[in-house]
Design a protein around this ligand. Sequence first.
Ligand code: SF4
Ligand code: SF4
Length: 196
Amino acid sequence: MDRRVEPGDEGVEVSEAPFWKTKSLAEMTKREFERVCDGCARCCLSKIEDADTGIVHYTDVACKLLDTDACRCRDYGHRRRRVPDCLKITPRTAKTWTWLPPTCGYRLLAEGKPLYWWHPLVSGDPETVHIAGVSVRGRTAGSEEDFSDDEMAHRLVTWPRQLPPGARGRKPPRKRSSPRKRGLRTKGSGFPLARE
Ligand code: SF4
Ligand code: SF4
């Protein structure tokens, strides 16, 4: 591990490596543990458990407290009281809840994997989780209060258990250079040709 002494810290060793690389989930402070959440809100989608198989299926229906644009809980401090089945992630459950999205920061760290480039801790930007297409922004059908149980059963989706193509890798994908305009124009028209 790289170490250095900061001005004013004479005699005190300071780690340069970020906490999520040096500490286990169990060793993190409460604030550090909270910051492992990438803000995707995938876990705030309603889920249906198959009584026979125990398999948990995601729906694209949001919890009634979820702000689906900000991807934030509207009453995080009182969420357990207002939504009794809102589950609490702990270092132990991060390992055992196999239904957690493969993108979930807690799941990744619990499995000894690195965080992706779009995780706000890595990018320094809370928007990258949306830019990478990982969050639920723009992908929900509505609030659970607007759907009956029967209707909910028709809202099953698989994308919360998948990694979007733009989210792969540990660095942002390189931008493709734009196509050469010369090849996309009709001779002399000055307008781009429509493409199928
Ligand atoms: S799936 Fe994981 S990273 Fe995403 S909001 Fe839920 S706890 Fe946070
Ligand atoms: S109560 Fe809040 S944290 Fe819990 S599932 Fe609903 S929106 Fe998410």
